[in-house]
Design a protein. Sequence first.
Length: 102
Amino acid sequence: MVEILTPLLTQLGVGGVAGLAVGYALKKIGKIIAFLLGIAFIGLELLAYKGIININYTALEEWAKGVIGQVGQAEGVMTVIIGNLPFAASFLVGLAIGFKMG
């Protein structure tokens, strides 16, 4: 029984702690990135308003669609998560807690 529980508890513990750290870091980094993108967008809009630059919104929309389409192609990640379900479950719980803490 110990031979079964020890690796399982190890996976749960490591997954939870790793998820907590990643969730916390993601939220902090996400806030910084959102702030910087907001400042950049305001700067670009100000330059466009002053007539210094001209923004091609159609090309910007096409680029954004391409980026979002690439994010949806992460099917191989689900196979790995299902293969390591105890670790993945505790990682996701830790991720949610860490994201909430950050």
